[in-house]
Design a protein around this ligand. Structure first.
Ligand SMILES: [Zn+2]
Ligand SMILES: [Zn+2]
Length: 345
């Protein structure tokens, strides 16, 4: 079978390797659709300090069970499934503390290699984070389960009680998923700050009530507009999903007294920020970081995908074959959010 490898930042190689055989409790998935992700682009551009190269590439997928090992009880060959690329051990200190996203072995046991014809999933993923895909969900949309689970995990870490207005910096795939869930499921007023016209339009399509281009106005005007939009006070929640430390200062200035600030995007190692402690104390801010996903957020994300309340399918802006993968990463298509890779075409 063909499988894409990220050899080092900037270099993708298609290799011919054996179709994996499932051991006890494992399944081998024939990949029907695999989507590109911001993390893939991040790994391609600058590497990723949690992982060693070369590495099989791609982690957002859905497909059909081609083979399964002994003792797989919930599934059978031929089942259409959706999944994420990780699962916690459920036994370590962090798993027992209710922080399964920080499981001590979650990163080393991740199943990378969705940009391939087949992918083997270890038994802990099969037990915890694999689900049957309902027929009414396309393979392409079902492959959005992983990023959506991360976003749901982010939202589960916020207190949405008595929150009317939420501000999101950055309308990439993650920012847009936040928009969609917060507006359509939680019925919050959502404002987006984004430079790119296409992405601002998409944010409005997904439920934002205002999308601002920050390059055209001063910071004081920006604050006025954000404050006056609908409620007359600043947003109770600000979500950083741009990955750009240059916006942190303005992002904090936009937060209402008693507000919650979520650092969602994964920065490069040693990214520092001069926090205004005076403001944080007297304004009673809560500052949160979140990483990855949990079995609970996967469950909820799957329900949201099936519910029909979301229109995250709009994030799928292009398609490609495995042979075109290098080109997609070397020259990302203009105005693209996610590209669906079809390994068998
Ligand atoms: Zn992803
Ligand atoms: Zn664990």
């Amino acid at each position: 079978m063909k499988s894409a490898y990220l050899i080092e930042p900037g270099m993708i190689e298609l290799r011919e390797i054996a179709i994996p055989e499932p051991s006890d409790g494992e399944i081998v998935v024939k990949i029907n659709a695999a989507n590109t992700c911001g993390t893939d682009y991040k790994m391609y551009r600058r590497g990723y300090n949690l992982l060693k190269f070369p590495i099989r590439f791609g982690h957002e997928f859905s497909g059909i069970i081609a083979k399964q090992g002994k003792n797989v009880i919930n599934f059978k060959e031929g089942d259409e499934i959706m999944s994420v690329q990780s699962a916690p051990c459920l036994e370590c200190r962090y798993c027992r503390k209710g922080l399964p996203n920080l499981c001590t072995t979650i990163v080393e046991t991740m199943a990378f290699g969705a940009f391939a014809e087949y992918l083997r999933l270890p038994s802990r993923i099969v037990k915890t984070n694999v689900y049957k895909k309902p027929k009414n969900l396309t393979f392409e949309t079902a492959a959005l389960l992983e990023p959506l689970s991360c976003v749901v995990h982010g939202i589960q870490n916020l207190n949405l009680d008595n929150v009317e207005k939420i501000l999101i910096f950055g309308a990439g795939p993650i920012g847009l998923m936040f928009v969609n869930i917060l507006a359509r499921v939680h019925h919050k007023t959502v404002i987006v700050i984004e430079l790119n016209d296409f992405r601002r339009n998409l944010a409005m399509n997904l439920g934002a009530s205002l999308a601002i281009n920050p390059s055209t106005i001063s910071t004081s005007d920006l604050l006025e507009i954000i404050k006056n939009h609908q409620t007359g006070f600043l947003p109770e929640i600000v979500i950083e999903a741009s990955g750009n430390p240059a916006v942190f200062d303005n992002a904090f200035k936009c937060l209402d007294l008693g507000g919650q600030f979520l650092f969602f995007s994964g920065p490069v190692q040693n990214t520092l920020y001069n926090l205004d402690v005076y403001m944080t104390h007297y304004n009673n801010y809560t500052i949160k970081g979140v990483f990855h996903l949990t079995p609970e957020s996967v469950r909820e994300a799957r329900e949201l995908l099936i519910s029909g309340h979301l229109n995250v399918g709009k994030l799928l802006t292009g398609t490609a074959t495995l042979d075109q993968l290098s080109e997609i990463f070397a020259n990302p298509p203009v105005n693209s959010i996610k590209t669906t890779i079809y390994p068998h075409k």
